[in-house]
Design a binder for this molecule. Sequence first.
Ligand SMILES: [Zn+2]
Length: 205
Amino acid sequence: MDVGPNRPDHWVWAGAGTNKFSVAAVRELLERDHEVSKWRIIEWSKWVPRKCQIFFWRAEMNRIPTLEAFQIRNIPLSSVHCSCCGGGIETIDHLFTSCGYTAMVWDGLASWCKIHRFSGSKFEDVVDFHNSLSVPTAKKDVIHGIVIIACWRIWKARNEKMFSNKVVRIEEIIGEIKSFSFLWYCNRPRLKPILWEDWCSFKLI
Ligand SMILES: [Zn+2]
C-alpha cells in the first residue's frame, strides 16, 4: 500500500467500528454518543414543587453558580471558600455533603425522620440517599422529597449568608423544611392525608 507523498487523496471514515463507512458504523457511532445507561436518572418526586426539583436536577449536573464554578470561568473572587462554614472550597459536593453547616441540617432531618444520618462525599450520595434506607417504599419517596427540599433550602441559606450576611439558624432551616414539606405534601391530590402532629413525629403509616 502506498502511504508516501505520491499517494492519491482518499476519504477515511473516522467514526466508530472499522475504517469502512457503512450505515451500521454510523448507527454504532450515534448510539455510542447517545448512550444513556451511564447517565444518572433523577427520580422526580410527585409532590415536591418544580422549583425545588429543577434546582436539585441542576445541582446534580453541576449547573449551579457555586464559587468553584465562577473560579473555573476565571471570574475574580475575593475567596472561593464556603461562606457557610469557611472550611473548604465551595463546590457542589462540599456544599451538600462535607460542609459542617449542612451536616447539622442532615443530622436534624435524620433525627426527625428517625433514619440513620447521612454520610457521603458526593452529591450523587445525596441523590441516592433514600435508596440506602431500610424503610418502606412510601417512606423512601417522602424522604427523597424532603432531601430535595432540604437542598433547595440549604442553597437559599447559602445565598442569604453570601449576599445579606445573614446566618440562618439550623433550627430555622429544619422548621421550614418541615412546614414547607407538610404544606406541599398535603396539597398534592391522591396522597394520603396526614395530620401536622403526625408529620412532625414522622408517623406516616
Ligand atoms: Zn461549608
